[in-house]
Design a protein around this ligand. Structure first.
Ligand SMILES: *Cc1c(COP(=O)(O)O)cnc(C)c1O
Length: 385
């Protein structure tokens, strides 16, 4: 029997996996900023470090935390969520076919439709909560990747990771999951059969709205992963050491922040579901949500910090309500300690599946009663109350 304690993710993340400075004993490791490293007299690089673009010790320390959180064999940190996702797509070959969800992070959908196609990928967008539709979109021998996002922006539709992994396996394809909104606190796609998990670490992983970063974690270090590593090295999109340091600091409190924000999101979802000026609340924690049963199975301990409300008075009333808030911050993005509200259709532009009366809410860690009161007042005022 191993005498290695079976410490939880929360414990390991709080101490950044025990990383410290060996020289001074400092319990917060230093930020390694060097771009180049001394070569040994016999021309070797025994430290394993040669140059700052392929690798960095501060980045490695943060990657170890991400890999631990995701039960992954390895993780990579990149300069943004977009660079993480596109590094996966660019590891495919021109001519390869991808299946992606109709409802997904709009920036990535746009990239796939334009640059992804320009680069030679063909992409089928399907309703990924519909397994039959997803299976029907497989092109035998051509489909190399299923890209899922769950819960997915901005309706928080849920896709069944284990079932998608099986569809991908039968087709000889890989499954990659954008798990930004679920976070590793509630869902670990690799344990459900996914091959790769991606995070906009800009969001909940960092959690303080002060770092742009992306993370990838893999079930196994195979040749596909090696191509992703090559992309990061050759396209030069490794995360900077200062950002990696901040991200590691953010991840120390990930569990606390995400559980608090998720409890608030659930509370707000239940209260706004009975609000006279709200026609619908979209939140996977509600039994009325079409993905609730699957979410309850594959998300353990919470349904996430993101919800959307549809405003009864339509688009103008939605925009007017957002204009009247005082406590929520009217801004894009998500996953920070401060709660954000956004009229999402204005950001996504034409061709977006986002309903025009939808307000997207990112719950932070403020008092839930304060958040409810502020938005309740704004909604009532916008509806002439
Ligand atoms: C923000 C976001 C991205 C893109 O991340 P960036 O760090 O802004 O590049 C991708 N997917 C989801 C779900 C996101 O919320």
């Amino acid at each position: 029997m191993s005498d290695k304690p079976n410490w939880s993710r929360r414990t390991l993340a709080a101490q950044a996996m025990g990383s410290h400075d060996a020289t001074t004993g400092a319990i917060v490791p230093p930020i390694h900023v060097a771009t180049t490293y001394l070569r040994d007299p016999d021309n070797e690089y025994r430290s394993g470090f040669i140059y700052g673009r392929p690798d960095n010790q501060t980045v490695r320390e943060a990657e170890a935390v991400v890999a631990m959180l995701e039960d992954a064999e390895a993780a990579l940190l990149l300069s943004s969520g977009m660079s993480a996702a596109t590094s996966v797509f660019l590891a495919l070959a021109p001519g390869d076919h991808i299946i992606a969800p109709e409802v997904m992070y709009w920036g990535l959908r746009k990239w796939l439709q334009t640059d992804g196609v320009h680069w030679g990928l063909s992409v089928s967008f399907v309703d990924m909560s519909d397994l039959k539709a997803t299976r029907a979109a497989i092109r035998p021998g051509k489909t190399r990747l299923i890209w899922a996002e769950t819960p997915s922006n901005p309706t928080w539709s849920i896709s069944d990771i284990a079932a998608l992994a099986e569809i991908a396996r039968q087709a000889g394809a890989r499954l990659a999951v954008d798990s930004t909104v679920a976070t590793p606190v509630f869902s670990r796609p690799l344990t459900l059969g996914a091959d790769i998990v991606m995070h906009a670490a800009t969001k909940a992983l960092n959690g303080h709205s002060d770092v742009i970063a992306g993370a990838l974690a893999t079930a196994r270090k195979d040749e596909f992963w090696a191509r992703i590593e090559t992309n990061r090295r050759m396209l030069g999109c490794i995360l900077g050491p200062f950002e990696a340091y901040l991200l590691m600091r953010g991840m120390r409190t990930l569990d606390l922040r995400v559980r608090a924000a998720s409890a608030t999101a659930f509370d707000l979802a239940q209260r706004f579901a009975n609000h006279p000026d709200v026609s619908e609340v979209l939140y996977p924690g509600l039994e009325s949500h079409p993905g609730h049963a699957i979410a309850a199975r594959q998300m353990k301990g919470g349904f996430g910090h993101m919800l959307s409300i549809r405003v009864r008075g339509g688009e103008a009333a939605a925009i007017d309500s957002a204009a009247r808030i005082r406590l929520w911050k009217r801004a894009t993005s998500l996953g920070g300690v401060e709660s954000l509200i956004e009229h999402r259709a204005s950001i996504e532009g034409p061709g977006s599946p986002c309903p025009p009366d939808l307000l997207r809410l990112s719950a932070g860690i403020e008092d839930a009663d304060d958040l409810y009161a502020d938005l309740d007042r704004a909604l009532r005022q916008a509806h002439g109350g």
